[in-house]
Ligand binder design. Structure first.
Ligand code: SAH
Length: 265
């Protein structure tokens, strides 16, 4: 009898952000095929005896090609196994879950989804930065900052440069400088607030507050560790840490007053 594949969203990292449905599916699995972004804490919830297969990295650091993953999932299911395919965040947001599902369905393998908390939602809740907020952002857009091999970043720049909408950039580290330049060229202020959150919802999380004009430089200096998500827009000012960041910029150098005059001891 043919098995089936559960396409499961594992959320951004914190195991408490898994849905009950994801956990139930994971615990039914004979084989767990997981991505680089799935945390060890989540993998520890797999049933004892389940076969764990990493497809995020091979020994020489290259991810397993997508075609190979498709075939692997299909072969396991055709051998009668129940497969949990664990993906970071949500399987249908920049996760190629739909490509895997299409291949499996074309090969008569049954597929079931469990949605996951996408990185943007995880980042919003840990930072207290809402993605929409009355008076600051009437909507939110999720975009990828990743270029197809050697291609250009093919985004709707004039549409994205909207100061009343929050912009969330996935996979943006390598191209954030170019993204910021294009947004400014289309009319966004260089002062537009930016928050970058690395390894959100894990014990290793770090955050950077910056502005469009300086984000590329600030990011290089801060050396955040992947994965990193960028939130761009006025909503970033709602973070308590944003206020501290602004005060830090305004803080006078030791011995010099805010007006540039020498302070009296
Ligand atoms: N399906 C995933 C996205 C996969 S694309 C989701 O729904 O979240 C990979 C990108 O997701 C990373 O480059 C990063 O931008 C973002 N990302 C995923 N997990 C993250 C985390 N814990 N912290 C910060 N960014 C994260």
């Amino acid at each position: 009898m043919t098995g089936k594949v559960f396409l499961i969203g594992a959320g951004p990292g914190d195991p408490e952000l898994l849905t009950l449905k994801s956990v139930r599916m994971l615990q039914d699995a004979d084989v767990v095929v997981y991505d680089r972004l799935v945390s060890p804490e989540i993998l520890s919830l797999a049933p004892t005896g389940a076969h764990l297969v990493s497809v995020g990295k091979s020994p020489d650091n290259h991810p397993v090609p997508q075609e190979r993953i498709n075939e692997m999932l299909c072969n396991f299911a055709q051998d009668g196994l129940t497969v949990a395919r664990l993906k970071g965040g949500d399987p249908l947001i920049f996760g190629r879950g739909s490509e895997e599902a299409a291949y499996l369905v074309a090969n008569n393998v049954q597929v079931e989804y469990a949605p996951g908390i996408t990185a943007a939602q995880g980042v919003a809740c840990v930072s207290g930065v809402p993605l929409t907020h009355r008076g600051l952002a009437t909507g939110v857009r999720y975009v990828t900052g990743h270029r197809k091999s050697n291609g250009s970043l093919d985004l709707d720049w004039s549409g994205l440069a909207c100061e009343d909408t929050t912009l969330v950039v996935y996979m943006g580290v390598a191209n954030i400088g170019q993204i910021a330049l294009r947004l400014v060229a289309e009319g966004l202020s260089e002062e537009t607030p930016v928050m970058a959150v690395a390894q959100a919802t894990t014990p290793r999380e770090t955050r950077l507050f910056s502005k469009l004009g300086t984000v590329a430089l600030d990011l290089r200096q801060a050396g955040l560790k992947a994965p990193v998500l960028f939130v761009i827009g006025k909503v970033v000012t709602l973070s308590a840490d944003w206020t501290a960041h602004e005060l830090d910029i305004l803080k006078p150098l030791p011995g010099v007053s805010a007006t540039g005059q020498q302070a009296h001891a």
